[in-house]
Design a protein around this ligand. Structure first.
Ligand SMILES: [Zn+2]
Length: 121
């Protein structure tokens, strides 16, 4: 489903308190810069906060997708994990490594898809 964007704003503020990244669900620490996307989709006002690494991965993946499929819908906020799992083991490894460093845990089936397979705990 494609939603119509009626307003969109972006900023790169410094966190005044801890936040949760909408992609890796890890912690964006107080004092850390993050990427804030805010807008009105259809009739709903929504805000999404991404950590630095998730923003970078999303931008890289979006660029790759546009080169392959110029008409593809953009990756929706909060759905980066689904796209990264399908994209490449290298991106998935970066995504999971970043999430783990931010206190997030991931299911074993995802760890098994990383390169090299599985993190040693
Ligand atoms: Zn993140």
């Amino acid at each position: 489903m494609s939603e119509q964007v009626r307003a969109y704003y972006y900023s790169n503020p410094t966190a005044r308190k801890d936040h949760e990244c909408c992609e890796c669900e890890g912690t964006i620490l107080r004092g850390e810069r993050y990427h804030k996307h805010w807008g009105v989709w259809d009739i709903e006002i929504m805000a999404f906060k991404r950590c630095k690494t998730c923003e970078e991965i999303a931008n890289e993946l979006e660029q790759e997708r546009l080169e392959k499929w110029p008409d593809a819908d953009p990756i929706c906020f909060g759905e980066l994990m689904d796209h990264v799992v399908e994209a490449s083991p290298v991106l998935l490894t970066r995504f999971i490594g970043n999430g783990i460093s931010r206190g997030q845990t991931f299911p074993q089936w995802m760890l098994d898809k990383t390169t090299p397979p599985a993190f040693a705990f």
